[in-house]
Design a binder for this molecule. Structure first.
Ligand code: UD1
Length: 418
């Protein structure tokens, strides 16, 4: 179990090239079983969630070739409709396999998925959408058994614009008979990327990014080579680190409109931000002022996946910020660790009141989820003295070479194997 040793107090200067988005690569990998021709995905991020998804594909019978940062998936010999339980527990996105495996085999078996421990995270919206497409679902002994003689297009209204449910339904509908219309669909950029990827395979999906997605079923999907979009959450994390510590950083590979909600807040905090195409340049003197309120919302609102890192920023901004987490119930576990560094945070249910303090001090803290772990690193970079961030397995799920990229910006951070 590795840990970071961080000497805080350095300003950050330099450029970061952003990796492909975890949250687009995972559904794309799941989608690769929709064709028995080769799927080549470029720019694969070296993160554990992606490795786990590749293991799942291998266990259902896909052949995977790695060439540098490309993965070539050949699922022509895929045989199994059962998603392996051990890996499902590790990775919530294994649930995307349900839609694509159903399309491929007309049946699927999966146990309830795992992932970050940030709340209930049910999959009722996924399942009710699949039922509308004609899937029969039985739950027995902790497993979900799905089967369908045929998948038939339908009108589906999501009670909530769930990212995963939207993606799963698209994956189950691409080869269904007729048209499927998903209303109140999630609008995240990753849904648009999934649509572009599927259309490059010969699917007929339109409307992604706009709330209503229309899928016309096709008979066949073919091979594809694809480079996924950049990771807006990774980009946002480095921007928040730069804003908190002060300095000047340039982020390459993410369209600014994909993190407009964060950029808006950072400007209010006192950062100067310049954007051009896929480049974002941020200047900060490290002395930020608080904004009154930040509420997480589905896209284009403030992303829940940046809530923890942004809270770390607020801990040393002048004034108070009320954070409201609207998506997940228990996404403040990191707050207790920030308090060990001197942060002043009061958490009540879905809200956290952060009163900015003059300085944080180094401490030994433990990451308990992916983004909460990143928040602890941001705080440790700002804090006086030395910090230790324990249990990097969570951070490794979603950030490739986190310490290397931060070191190149001038941070004093090293990984220790314990
Ligand atoms: C995806 C992202 C995750 C991000 C989240 C919200 C991936 C791999 N993960 O997760 O990083 O934090 O979007 O932007 O893309 N819900 C239900 N029933 C369901 C499905 C969801 O009640 O069947 C609820 C959830 O409990 C949660 C909310 O809807 O409160 C949002 O969840 P959803 O958009 O589905 O998130 P994920 O797809 O799990």
């Amino acid at each position: 179990m590795d840990k970071y040793i961080i000497e805080g107090g350095e300003k950050l200067y330099g450029r970061v090239q952003i990796q492909s988005a975890k949250n687009t690569v995972l559904p794309l990998l799941a989608a690769s079983v929709l064709t028995d021709e080769q799927v080549k995905i470029r720019g694969m991020p070296a993160i554990n969630d992606v490795e786990n998804m590749l293991h799942i594909l291998t266990e259902v019978g896909c052949l995977i070739k790695r060439q540098k940062d490309c993965a070539v998936i050949d699922s022509s010999n895929a045989v199994s409709h059962e998603i392996p339980t051990r890996l499902t527990k590790e990775l919530r996105s294994s649930v995307f396999m349900l839609g694509s495996v159903l399309t491929r085999f007309r049946k699927a078996k999966i146990s309830y998925p795992g992932g970050c421990d940030i709340g209930l995270r049910p999959i009722d919206l996924h399942l009710s959408g699949l039922k509308r497409l004609g899937v029969k679902i039985k739950e027995k002994d902790g497993y979900i058994h799905c089967s369908a003689d045929r998948l038939k297009g339908a009108e589906i209204l999501l009670d909530f614009p769930s990212v995963g449910a939207t993606e799963n339904i698209i994956l189950a509908a691409v080869k269904a008979e007729g048209f499927t219309v998903i209303r109140n669909a999630a609008k995240e950029p990753e849904i648009v990327d999934l649509q572009n990827f599927l259309n490059a395979m010969g699917a007929k999906v339109r409307g992604a990014g706009g709330g209503t997605v229309v899928i016309e079923g096709v008979n066949r999907l073919h091979s594809v080579e694809y480079t996924p979009i950049g990771d807006r959450i990774e980009a946002g994390t480095y921007l928040i680190a730069g804003a908190t510590c002060g300095g000047e950083i340039e982020i390459n590979g993410v369209p600014p409109e994909n993190i407009a909600a964060l950029l808006h807040k950072l400007r209010e905090n006192g950062c100067k931000i310049h954007t051009k195409n896929d480049k974002i340049i941020l200047w900060s003197d490290g002395r930020l002022r608080s904004v009154d309120l930040v509420e997480t919302m589905p896209f284009p609102g403030f992303p829940t996946d940046l809530q923890a890192q942004y809270t770390a920023l607020c801990t040393t901004a002048s004034g108070s910020t009320l954070i409201v987490e609207n998506l997940f119930e228990t996404r403040y576990r990191y707050a207790a660790e920030l308090k060990r560094m001197g942060a002043d945070i009061t958490v009540r249910g879905r809200t956290a009141l952060v009163r900015g303090v003059e300085r944080l001090h180094g401490a030994c803290v433990t990451a308990s989820d992916l983004r909460g772990g990143a928040a602890l690193v941001v705080a440790a970079l700002k804090a006086d003295g030395q910090s230790e961030v324990m249990d990097l397995s969570h951070i490794d799920r979603g950030y490739a070479d986190f310490e290397g990229k931060l070191r190149r910006l001038g941070a004093k951070i090293r990984r220790i194997r314990i």
